[in-house]
Design a binder for this molecule. Structure first.
Ligand SMILES: Nc1ncnc2c1ncn2[C@@H]1O[C@H](COP(=O)(O)OS(=O)(=O)O)[C@@H](OP(=O)(O)O)[C@H]1O
Length: 287
Protein backbone atom coordinates (compact mmCIF):
# COMPACT_ATOMS: atom_id res chain seq x y z
CA UNK A 1 0.00 0.00 0.00
CA UNK A 2 1.99 2.83 1.18
CA UNK A 3 4.96 2.84 3.43
CA UNK A 4 6.24 0.38 0.85
CA UNK A 5 6.30 -2.00 3.78
CA UNK A 6 2.59 -2.42 3.28
CA UNK A 7 -0.35 -3.05 1.03
CA UNK A 8 -0.94 -0.11 -1.32
CA UNK A 9 1.71 1.16 -3.56
CA UNK A 10 1.73 4.64 -4.85
CA UNK A 11 2.45 3.37 -8.31
CA UNK A 12 -1.14 2.09 -8.38
CA UNK A 13 -1.99 5.24 -10.17
CA UNK A 14 1.11 5.59 -12.33
CA UNK A 15 0.13 9.15 -12.49
CA UNK A 16 3.18 10.77 -13.93
CA UNK A 17 4.56 10.29 -17.31
CA UNK A 18 7.80 12.01 -17.97
CA UNK A 19 5.86 14.91 -19.48
CA UNK A 20 4.32 15.76 -16.12
CA UNK A 21 7.71 15.38 -14.51
CA UNK A 22 9.11 17.88 -17.00
CA UNK A 23 6.30 20.33 -16.31
CA UNK A 24 6.86 20.13 -12.58
CA UNK A 25 10.54 20.71 -12.99
CA UNK A 26 10.00 23.68 -15.24
CA UNK A 27 7.95 25.20 -12.43
CA UNK A 28 10.69 24.50 -9.96
CA UNK A 29 13.11 26.36 -12.20
CA UNK A 30 10.71 29.28 -12.35
CA UNK A 31 10.30 29.31 -8.56
CA UNK A 32 13.99 29.13 -7.94
CA UNK A 33 14.24 32.67 -9.21
CA UNK A 34 16.49 32.23 -12.21
CA UNK A 35 17.02 35.62 -13.84
CA UNK A 36 14.60 36.36 -16.62
CA UNK A 37 11.98 33.84 -15.64
CA UNK A 38 10.08 35.69 -12.94
CA UNK A 39 10.40 39.09 -14.50
CA UNK A 40 8.95 38.29 -17.89
CA UNK A 41 7.84 41.72 -19.12
CA UNK A 42 4.79 40.69 -21.12
CA UNK A 43 3.03 38.10 -19.03
CA UNK A 44 2.44 37.93 -15.31
CA UNK A 45 2.11 34.16 -15.62
CA UNK A 46 5.77 33.82 -14.70
CA UNK A 47 5.41 35.78 -11.51
CA UNK A 48 5.14 33.34 -8.66
CA UNK A 49 3.69 34.63 -5.42
CA UNK A 50 2.49 33.29 -2.10
CA UNK A 51 -1.29 33.22 -1.90
CA UNK A 52 -3.87 31.95 0.53
CA UNK A 53 -5.17 28.50 -0.41
CA UNK A 54 -8.12 28.13 -2.73
CA UNK A 55 -8.63 24.50 -1.75
CA UNK A 56 -8.26 22.57 1.47
CA UNK A 57 -8.22 18.89 2.32
CA UNK A 58 -10.00 19.17 5.66
CA UNK A 59 -10.23 15.52 6.67
CA UNK A 60 -10.56 12.94 7.83
CA UNK A 61 -7.65 11.78 9.88
CA UNK A 62 -6.58 8.32 8.67
CA UNK A 63 -8.87 8.58 5.67
CA UNK A 64 -6.11 8.58 3.06
CA UNK A 65 -5.46 12.33 3.05
CA UNK A 66 -1.70 12.02 2.59
CA UNK A 67 -2.07 9.77 -0.42
CA UNK A 68 -4.58 12.18 -1.96
CA UNK A 69 -2.36 15.19 -1.39
CA UNK A 70 0.66 13.43 -2.86
CA UNK A 71 -1.34 12.41 -5.90
CA UNK A 72 -2.57 15.97 -6.39
CA UNK A 73 0.88 17.46 -5.98
CA UNK A 74 1.89 15.72 -9.17
CA UNK A 75 -0.50 17.98 -11.09
CA UNK A 76 1.28 20.93 -12.69
CA UNK A 77 -1.59 23.27 -11.82
CA UNK A 78 -1.44 22.51 -8.11
CA UNK A 79 0.96 23.95 -5.56
CA UNK A 80 0.49 22.30 -2.19
CA UNK A 81 2.13 22.61 1.15
CA UNK A 82 3.71 19.30 2.14
CA UNK A 83 3.29 19.60 5.90
CA UNK A 84 0.08 20.18 7.89
CA UNK A 85 -0.01 23.85 8.98
CA UNK A 86 -2.91 23.46 11.49
CA UNK A 87 -3.67 27.13 10.99
CA UNK A 88 -7.42 27.18 11.63
CA UNK A 89 -7.35 24.83 14.60
CA UNK A 90 -4.08 25.65 16.41
CA UNK A 91 -2.31 28.69 15.00
CA UNK A 92 -5.17 30.99 14.13
CA UNK A 93 -3.85 33.74 16.39
CA UNK A 94 -0.80 34.04 14.11
CA UNK A 95 -3.01 35.62 11.48
CA UNK A 96 -3.54 35.26 7.75
CA UNK A 97 -0.20 36.83 6.83
CA UNK A 98 1.59 34.07 8.68
CA UNK A 99 -0.63 31.48 7.01
CA UNK A 100 0.07 32.96 3.57
CA UNK A 101 3.80 32.93 4.26
CA UNK A 102 3.59 29.16 4.82
CA UNK A 103 2.26 28.52 1.33
CA UNK A 104 4.45 27.59 -1.61
CA UNK A 105 4.83 30.19 -4.33
CA UNK A 106 2.34 29.74 -7.14
CA UNK A 107 1.86 31.10 -10.62
CA UNK A 108 -1.38 32.68 -11.79
CA UNK A 109 -3.85 29.94 -12.56
CA UNK A 110 -2.27 27.43 -10.21
CA UNK A 111 -4.33 26.24 -7.26
CA UNK A 112 -2.74 26.60 -3.85
CA UNK A 113 -3.75 24.01 -1.28
CA UNK A 114 -2.92 22.39 2.01
CA UNK A 115 -4.22 19.51 4.10
CA UNK A 116 -4.93 19.40 7.80
CA UNK A 117 -7.31 16.53 8.64
CA UNK A 118 -8.20 17.93 12.03
CA UNK A 119 -10.08 20.83 10.44
CA UNK A 120 -13.04 18.56 9.73
CA UNK A 121 -13.75 17.91 13.40
CA UNK A 122 -12.86 21.17 15.14
CA UNK A 123 -15.80 23.37 16.12
CA UNK A 124 -14.35 26.75 15.26
CA UNK A 125 -12.78 25.87 11.92
CA UNK A 126 -15.67 26.26 9.43
CA UNK A 127 -16.40 29.84 10.53
CA UNK A 128 -12.71 30.72 10.34
CA UNK A 129 -12.29 29.21 6.90
CA UNK A 130 -15.40 31.07 5.78
CA UNK A 131 -13.94 34.32 7.09
CA UNK A 132 -10.85 33.71 4.93
CA UNK A 133 -12.79 32.81 1.78
CA UNK A 134 -16.37 31.97 0.95
CA UNK A 135 -15.27 30.35 -2.31
CA UNK A 136 -12.67 27.95 -1.00
CA UNK A 137 -13.09 24.36 -2.22
CA UNK A 138 -13.19 21.75 0.50
CA UNK A 139 -12.23 18.11 0.17
CA UNK A 140 -12.92 15.35 2.68
CA UNK A 141 -11.62 11.81 2.32
CA UNK A 142 -13.96 9.52 4.22
CA UNK A 143 -13.49 5.90 5.03
CA UNK A 144 -15.44 3.22 6.92
CA UNK A 145 -15.44 4.72 10.43
CA UNK A 146 -14.73 1.33 12.02
CA UNK A 147 -11.50 0.74 10.10
CA UNK A 148 -10.66 4.42 10.45
CA UNK A 149 -10.98 4.10 14.25
CA UNK A 150 -8.73 1.07 14.32
CA UNK A 151 -6.15 2.78 12.10
CA UNK A 152 -6.28 5.74 14.49
CA UNK A 153 -5.89 3.52 17.55
CA UNK A 154 -3.03 1.66 15.86
CA UNK A 155 -1.27 4.99 15.41
CA UNK A 156 -1.88 5.94 19.06
CA UNK A 157 -0.54 2.65 20.34
CA UNK A 158 2.55 2.97 18.13
CA UNK A 159 3.36 6.22 19.93
CA UNK A 160 2.24 5.18 23.42
CA UNK A 161 2.58 1.39 23.65
CA UNK A 162 1.38 1.34 27.28
CA UNK A 163 -2.18 2.49 26.65
CA UNK A 164 -4.97 0.01 27.46
CA UNK A 165 -6.41 -2.22 24.74
CA UNK A 166 -9.02 -0.84 22.36
CA UNK A 167 -11.61 -3.16 23.95
CA UNK A 168 -11.43 -1.32 27.25
CA UNK A 169 -11.13 2.22 25.85
CA UNK A 170 -14.16 2.18 23.57
CA UNK A 171 -16.50 1.78 26.53
CA UNK A 172 -17.51 4.89 28.43
CA UNK A 173 -15.95 5.23 31.85
CA UNK A 174 -19.04 6.97 33.22
CA UNK A 175 -21.88 4.84 31.87
CA UNK A 176 -20.57 1.34 32.00
CA UNK A 177 -21.25 -0.78 28.94
CA UNK A 178 -22.07 2.19 26.69
CA UNK A 179 -19.90 2.99 23.70
CA UNK A 180 -17.88 6.13 24.37
CA UNK A 181 -18.73 8.32 21.39
CA UNK A 182 -16.55 11.08 22.83
CA UNK A 183 -13.40 8.97 22.62
CA UNK A 184 -11.48 10.60 19.77
CA UNK A 185 -10.99 7.48 17.57
CA UNK A 186 -14.78 6.98 17.65
CA UNK A 187 -15.89 10.60 17.71
CA UNK A 188 -13.99 11.50 14.52
CA UNK A 189 -16.04 8.83 12.70
CA UNK A 190 -19.35 10.60 13.42
CA UNK A 191 -19.10 12.10 9.96
CA UNK A 192 -22.71 13.33 9.72
CA UNK A 193 -22.33 15.50 12.77
CA UNK A 194 -19.10 17.06 11.47
CA UNK A 195 -20.39 17.51 7.93
CA UNK A 196 -23.52 19.21 9.26
CA UNK A 197 -21.36 21.83 10.93
CA UNK A 198 -19.55 22.55 7.65
CA UNK A 199 -22.85 22.66 5.79
CA UNK A 200 -24.03 25.49 7.98
CA UNK A 201 -21.22 27.58 6.46
CA UNK A 202 -20.68 26.20 2.97
CA UNK A 203 -23.01 24.81 0.29
CA UNK A 204 -22.83 21.11 -0.41
CA UNK A 205 -21.53 21.87 -3.90
CA UNK A 206 -18.38 23.35 -2.40
CA UNK A 207 -17.53 20.18 -0.47
CA UNK A 208 -16.20 17.17 -2.34
CA UNK A 209 -16.24 13.78 -0.64
CA UNK A 210 -13.63 11.25 -1.65
CA UNK A 211 -14.06 7.58 -0.83
CA UNK A 212 -10.95 6.37 0.99
CA UNK A 213 -11.78 2.82 -0.13
CA UNK A 214 -12.03 3.78 -3.81
CA UNK A 215 -8.87 5.81 -3.51
CA UNK A 216 -7.21 2.42 -3.06
CA UNK A 217 -9.32 0.29 -5.44
CA UNK A 218 -9.69 2.89 -8.22
CA UNK A 219 -7.26 5.74 -7.58
CA UNK A 220 -7.42 7.13 -11.12
CA UNK A 221 -11.23 7.31 -11.05
CA UNK A 222 -11.36 8.92 -7.64
CA UNK A 223 -8.60 11.36 -8.47
CA UNK A 224 -10.29 12.26 -11.75
CA UNK A 225 -13.36 13.38 -9.81
CA UNK A 226 -11.21 15.52 -7.53
CA UNK A 227 -9.57 17.14 -10.54
CA UNK A 228 -13.01 17.87 -12.04
CA UNK A 229 -14.14 19.38 -8.75
CA UNK A 230 -11.08 21.62 -8.70
CA UNK A 231 -11.69 22.63 -12.31
CA UNK A 232 -8.41 21.12 -13.44
CA UNK A 233 -7.56 19.30 -16.58
CA UNK A 234 -7.51 15.58 -15.83
CA UNK A 235 -4.02 14.18 -15.93
CA UNK A 236 -4.22 10.74 -17.47
CA UNK A 237 -2.50 7.86 -15.75
CA UNK A 238 -0.06 6.75 -18.36
CA UNK A 239 3.46 5.48 -18.56
CA UNK A 240 5.13 3.96 -15.56
CA UNK A 241 6.50 5.83 -12.59
CA UNK A 242 8.63 4.95 -9.66
CA UNK A 243 6.67 3.85 -6.56
CA UNK A 244 6.36 6.76 -4.17
CA UNK A 245 6.44 5.66 -0.54
CA UNK A 246 4.36 7.54 1.99
CA UNK A 247 6.39 6.48 5.01
CA UNK A 248 6.12 4.10 7.90
CA UNK A 249 3.07 5.75 9.46
CA UNK A 250 0.91 4.52 6.58
CA UNK A 251 -0.16 0.96 6.01
CA UNK A 252 0.65 -0.32 9.48
CA UNK A 253 -0.72 -3.71 10.45
CA UNK A 254 -3.85 -2.90 12.42
CA UNK A 255 -4.16 -3.79 16.09
CA UNK A 256 -6.29 -6.92 16.32
CA UNK A 257 -9.71 -6.23 17.81
CA UNK A 258 -12.21 -8.66 19.27
CA UNK A 259 -14.75 -9.49 16.48
CA UNK A 260 -17.70 -8.89 18.85
CA UNK A 261 -16.40 -5.40 19.54
CA UNK A 262 -16.07 -4.83 15.79
CA UNK A 263 -19.70 -5.86 15.33
CA UNK A 264 -20.81 -3.54 18.14
CA UNK A 265 -18.99 -0.68 16.46
CA UNK A 266 -20.61 -1.45 13.12
CA UNK A 267 -24.03 -1.40 14.78
CA UNK A 268 -23.16 1.80 16.60
CA UNK A 269 -22.16 3.60 13.39
CA UNK A 270 -25.05 2.31 11.26
CA UNK A 271 -27.53 5.17 11.95
CA UNK A 272 -24.77 7.76 11.81
CA UNK A 273 -23.62 6.42 8.46
CA UNK A 274 -27.17 6.47 7.10
CA UNK A 275 -27.52 10.10 8.12
CA UNK A 276 -24.16 10.84 6.53
CA UNK A 277 -25.21 9.18 3.25
CA UNK A 278 -28.34 11.38 3.23
CA UNK A 279 -26.33 14.56 3.73
CA UNK A 280 -23.71 13.45 1.24
CA UNK A 281 -26.23 12.34 -1.36
CA UNK A 282 -24.26 9.16 -1.86
CA UNK A 283 -23.98 5.75 -0.25
CA UNK A 284 -20.43 4.74 0.67
CA UNK A 285 -21.47 1.15 1.31
CA UNK A 286 -19.91 0.68 4.72
CA UNK A 287 -21.21 -2.47 6.45
N1 LIG B 1 -3.15 5.18 -2.08
C1 LIG B 1 -3.93 5.22 -1.00
N2 LIG B 1 -5.22 5.47 -1.09
C2 LIG B 1 -5.99 5.53 0.01
N3 LIG B 1 -5.56 5.32 1.27
C3 LIG B 1 -4.29 5.06 1.39
C4 LIG B 1 -3.43 5.03 0.29
N4 LIG B 1 -2.26 4.79 0.74
C5 LIG B 1 -2.40 4.68 2.05
N5 LIG B 1 -3.61 4.84 2.45
C6 LIG B 1 -4.11 4.72 3.84
O1 LIG B 1 -4.45 5.97 4.38
C7 LIG B 1 -4.34 5.84 5.80
C8 LIG B 1 -3.64 7.06 6.32
O2 LIG B 1 -4.50 8.13 6.15
P1 LIG B 1 -4.01 9.63 6.23
O3 LIG B 1 -2.93 9.84 5.24
O4 LIG B 1 -5.22 10.46 6.10
O5 LIG B 1 -3.40 9.68 7.69
S1 LIG B 1 -3.08 10.97 8.54
O6 LIG B 1 -4.34 11.45 9.11
O7 LIG B 1 -2.43 11.96 7.68
O8 LIG B 1 -2.18 10.48 9.61
C9 LIG B 1 -3.54 4.59 6.09
O9 LIG B 1 -4.47 3.65 6.59
P2 LIG B 1 -4.03 2.40 7.50
O10 LIG B 1 -3.02 1.66 6.72
O11 LIG B 1 -5.30 1.63 7.67
O12 LIG B 1 -3.52 2.95 8.78
C10 LIG B 1 -3.00 4.24 4.73
O13 LIG B 1 -2.79 2.88 4.54
Amino acid sequence: KVGCHAKTSFDLLRLTGWLVWMLNNLQTLAFSGLPGLESNSSGKEWTAARRLPQALIIGVKKGGTRALLEFLRLHPDIRALGSEPHFFDRHYARGLDWYRSMMPKALDGQIVMEKTPRYFVTQETPARVHAMSQDVKLIVVVRDPVSRAISDYTQIISKTPDIPPFESLYISFFSLGQIDSLWSPLWIGLYAQHLERWLSWFPRSQIHLVSGERLISDPAGELGKVQDFLGLQRIKPEGSSKPHCLGKTKGRTHASINPEVMQRLRDFYKPHNQRFYQLAGQDFGWQ
